[in-house]
Design a protein around this ligand. Sequence first.
Ligand SMILES: Cc1ncc(COP(=O)(O)O)c(C=O)c1O
Length: 425
Amino acid sequence: MRAPSPTLAVHGGRPVRDERCPWPVWPVAAPGASAALDAVLHSGSWALTSPYREELQERRFARKFADYVGTEHCVPTDHGSSALVIALESLGLRYADPVLVPALTWAASATAVLRAGLVPVLADVDPATGCLDPSALAGESELGAVIAVHWACNMADVPAISAAASPLGAAVIEDAAQAHGARWQGRPAGSLGVAGCFSMQHSKVLTCGEGGAVVTDDAERAGLLEELRADSRRYREDPVRGELPLRESATTMGANFCLSEFGAALLCAQLDVLDEQHTIRNRNYATLGRLLADVPGVRLLTRRPAQDRLSLYEVPLVFDPLPQDGTNVWVATALTAETGMRAYPPRPPLSRSHLLAPWAKPTLAPLAERFTQWNAGRRFDGAEYLSHHAVLLHHSAFLGTEEDMFDMADAVKKITLYIAAGRPA
Ligand SMILES: Cc1ncc(COP(=O)(O)O)c(C=O)c1O
């Protein structure tokens, strides 16, 4: 560790990193982004539902992203949450069927289940990986579906989860909102379940501010997904200039979850730089892993050997022990003070999240009752452990230099030494 200051910055000492030394900002506009947005601005076609002029950006992005994920089809949406809603709707389940959702994820993984008229049944996660373990399905008997969430920087073992779900007749949907470009035995996240859902919201590695997509290999499902996100309409095979490029196929009833042409054009540009960014982030993450490998009191999440490419969304640093009379909230504050890069604790497990409150909406009343029944008596020890011991760093912290990782490791070591000395928070 270089020139340590014995006093923590949070206690008024000199921080590890000079405050004037900036961290990378997020988002980073790709070289082609401005031109792509400008072209849409002057195109006279700002939406999928504009009179047709030329190939939609939305369709261009759908093709590019399907190629990236290695699936036959991609249906873009306005949000990752709506991607989950329509993916669930495309399964044709019955009202109030139970859907397994890991307890450690963003609230939308579960609220989307309710929006689709289904009941989220919460399952614990493996504290080593932060993801649903296939063994979590062992005690279940009645599932309609499983949402396999790829959490933070780790992928859930979708092939093993699918094998466990299959005897129950449950379909596996991947929530890959945090995993664009991650790979499991060479197969991209999103391509391993019956459908894969992505978020392109601001904080994600591929973003247009607000956006999403569902990918699938199933042509029939892709057609349904188109209708479910465009008020029961599908793309026309041969769109006519000046007319709507959608036809009212209406084999099911949809809603409007369409991605705008601005969002689609921006995503096309951003996708061109995603792999370059993955390379930088993953190199820096490997450096941080090496620097922290022998540091007692902190670890990175365990990565399953089958995951052969990482996509860092948030990087959990797991601190154990915690300081005397202190929490990971204190550790996050102390780490932020040392480096100037915001560190923050994970959200609480969904079992005690105030964001998952179906009883707050009268129209969800019958589902809320079943939600309470289904989730009574379940334990979430793995999710609780990570929510109390992890501190997260946003992926943008890994877009800079190796020097940044030295600073981060020095700051982590300073804090673990302080904790090991048995000093109070
Ligand atoms: C795991 C997960 N699922 C779903 C979503 C929802 O995506 P959106 O915010 O685009 O609706 C998010 C967004 O953070 C997420 O992290």
